[in-house]
Structures are given as structure tokens and as C-alpha cells.
Design a binder for this molecule. Structure first.
Ligand code: ADP
Ligand code: MG
Length: 362
């Protein structure tokens, strides 16, 4: 096990395409760090830099306190699981698991023990004599993870390992990977574009966009205190609702919406005192609409559309010409839906505020 320290890493392709821009990140020993961001933002590139599969143009990478910036992948004490699995098609699962160890000249007995150990952990003992073509997608994925496990490396790197699986299998494997981390307590860097995967697996998430970290924080902190609108948009489904407003200081700090309704902000933890009349975006998560007062602000909102999901009902409204989604109790919606509008409260203690120009949290 080991910590990983990424300092001021730059990656430039063809002398002009600046793909990774001055990235710094600390991954503690035993941490499950998820790199989250849209397709093409540079996640795989950064993972490959940590693995040593591609060179960097600036900065340094340390693993377990050792500067590995100029070391070959095989000397970095890492094990990687690729998006494509990259299994040897002509070898059995056992052959795939043991190949790397045999190449290192490990004694046969120890190889057998490690293969057995990993196979039991991943519940693939019965499949060890099959070739990849005789395995399902989920089973191949387990073999690919097993091949990384047997190396007993200090750091595991996963590149979107579940993206080729169907939804049900993905949920199952997600659970397995989480259990695995709990058992092994190893340091993991895991790449995904799926925010649910990130939220459920990570102890810490680094949100990335266009080669720049937007925020590095725990899942809870990212969700409750997004640093900017990109992060606020990326985490949560349905996403955070955004409403244009202006700051009004007279008569107690508040946000005035376009329809002149007021959201009190007396308790909002401003980082810097806002200006009177400053144009802001108010961010409200769907679950911060409620049928209970709880000190919130009352609105009577016409229902545009509603979607009963069983445990909750998503209701779409229009506030000051802007569409919002609310997560409400099914019974409450049922009770009121015939009258076409709902008496709801917005929990103003939970809102986020962003500057309209910079989109940065206030
Ligand atoms: N060998 C390469 N040469 C030039 N550009 C590349 C190369 N590999 C990746 N890129 C570019 O780097 C960017 C980030 O790619 P990648 O790290 O694969 O993104 P992600 O994994 O987040 O989807 C993309 O714009 C991609 O086109
Ligand atoms: Mg990728």
C-alpha cells in the first residue's frame, strides 16, 4: 500500500495540445480516489501518466514516497485494469492471472497460491480453466481484476472497468469492487464518467473538465458544496436546479427571483460579502423542495409534468420562467395533483449560490 502524489503534472501532445494542465492531487494510503469527468477531459491520460505508460512534459509523480516520474511501468509497483479488459485470448483465466507472475520468475507454488486467493475473492475458481471467449462480460471483468490483484501492487489503477457491462451487472460489480477495497484496504485510483459510480465508490473524488481539476473533495462535500456550476451540474440526477436571481440586502439578505419572490439568505455562509444587486444563480437540489414547512419558503407551483417512480415522485414546475425538478413524496403529489398545483416549500438553508459570470460558488 502506498500514497500517490501528483504534482503540477502537464501533458502536451504534438507540442501544442495541452491535455493536462498543472494537475496536483494527493491520494492517501488506502484511499479510493475517483477521477470523474466527461468523455475526453483527460482521465485516461492522467491514469496512463501515473502508470508510466506515457511521459509527462511537466511536474512529478511519487508513489510510496518514491519519485517514479522517470521509471518504467514495471518498476512503479502498480497494477492496472483496462477499460477493454485486454485479456490474452488464447490463455485460460488461470493463464491470464499467472502470466505476469511467471514472467517475473516467481516460484510456481507462490503463483498458485496467489491465483487461488484472487480467484476465491472474485468467485471465479470454477472458471479458471476457461478461455475469455467462454466467459461472459462480467466474468471477463473479474478475470481482468484478478490479474491486477495477483500482483499485490501498492496501487491499483482502474480505467472505467464497468463501462462495457449492462446496468444490472454494473451495479453488482460496483458492490464487489467496494467490498474488495474494504477487504484489501489498498490505494485505488479509479476513472469513470458515471457520477453514481463515483459517489458510491469514492472516499475522495477529483472532478475534472478539459484537463483541469474543478474540485477535489469527499462525495458528501461535492454534493452539498459544489465549488462551481460545472460540479453542481455533474453530480446528482436529476441535477441541481438553477434560477437566476439578484442579491437584495435591504431588509435582510435575500435572493430576488425574476418573479420578485424572495429567498432569504441570512444563514448562507458567504465566502465574501456580496454586493447589493449582484447577479447570481441560485442552486436548489430536487430534494430540497418539500411538503413540510421546516422553516422553508412557501410556493404554490403549477405542475408541468410528474413522474411517479414508486419511492418518490419527480415533479416538474416552472419558477420565474425557468424549469425546475422536485423530488416529493408520492402520497403528497397524489393528494394534490387534481388541483394542478402543489403547495411546496424550498429549504433555503440547503441552497448553493454562484456568481452568474464566473459560475463560481459565492
Ligand atoms: N496520443 C494522443 N495524441 C493526441 N491527443 C490525444 C492522444 N491521446 C488522447 N488524446 C486527446 O486527449 C484528450 C483526453 O483524452 P482521454 O484522456 O482519453 O479522455 P477521457 O479518458 O477523459 O475520456 C482527448 O481530447 C483526446 O483526443
Ligand atoms: Mg478514458
Amino acid at each position: 500500500m502506498a500514497r500517490v502524489s501528483i504534482q503540477h503534472v502537464d501533458k502536451v501532445y504534438n507540442n501544442r495540445e495541452h491535455i493536462l494542465k498543472d494537475l496536483s492531487l494527493e491520494v492517501s494510503d488506502g484511499e479510493f480516489l475517483v477521477l470523474l469527468g466527461p468523455s475526453g477531459c483527460g482521465k485516461t491520460t492522467l491514469l496512463n501518466c501515473v502508470a508510466g505508460l506515457i511521459e509527462i512534459e511537466g511536474g512529478s509523480i511519487h508513489i510510496g514516497g518514491q519519485d517514479v516520474t522517470d521509471l518504467d511501468p514495471k518498476n512503479r509497483n502498480i497494477a492496472m485494469v483496462f477499460q477493454s479488459y485486454a485479456l490474452y485470448p488464447t490463455k485460460t483465466a488461470r493463464g491470464n492471472l499467472s502470466f505476469g507472475l511467471r514472467m517475473k520468475g516467481m516460484p510456481k507454488k507462490e503463483i498458485e497460491q496467489r491465483v487461488q486467493w484472487a480467484a476465491e475473492l472474485l468467485q471465479i475458481t470454477d472458471l479458471l480453466d476457461r478461455k475469455p471467449s467462454q466467459l461472459s462480460g462480467g466474468q471477463r471483468q473479474r478475470v481482468a481484476i484478478g490479474r491486477a490483484l495477483v500482483r499485490q501492487a501498492a496501487v491499483f489503477l482502474f480505467d472505467e472497468p464497468l463501462s462495457n457491462l449492462d446496468a444490472k451487472l454494473r451495479t453488482e460489480m460496483r458492490f464487489e469492487i467496494k467490498k474488495l477495497h474494504k477487504i484489501l484496504n489498498s490505494t485505488i485510483i479509479y476513472v469513470t464518467h458515471d457520477q453514481v459510480e463515483a459517489m458510491t465508490l469514492a472516499t475522495k473524488i477529483a472532478v475534472m473538465d478539459r484537463g483541469v481539476f474543478q474540485q477535489i473533495a469527499s462525495p458528501e462535500e461535492l454534493y452539498d458544496y459544489p465549488e462551481n456550476m460545472f460540479v453542481a451540474r455533474f453530480i446528482g440526477a436529476p441535477g441541481m436546479n438553477f434560477l437566476r436571481a439578484t442579491i437584495q440586502k435591504n431588509g435582510g439578505m435575500a435572493a430576488r427571483l425574476a418573479d420578485n419572490s424572495l429567498l432569504p439568505l441570512q444563514e448562507y455562509p458567504f465566502r465574501a460579502t456580496p454586493e447589493d444587486g449582484q447577479q447570481v444563480i441560485v442552486g436548489i437540489r430536487p430534494e430540497h423542495f418539500s411538503s413540510h414547512a421546516n422553516g422553508g419558503v412557501a410556493f404554490d407551483l403549477a405542475i408541468d409534468v410528474y413522474e411517479p417512480l414508486g419511492s418518490e415522485t419527480l415533479v416538474y414546475f416552472t419558477i420565474a420562467d425557468q424549469a425546475v425538478a422536485a423530488r416529493l413524496e408520492p402520497d403528497f403529489v397524489k393528494q394534490h395533483k387534481d388541483q394542478g398545483s402543489l403547495p411546496v416549500f424550498i429549504n433555503t438553508r440547503k441552497i448553493s449560490l454562484f456568481d452568474q459570470q464566473t459560475e463560481i460558488r459565492l
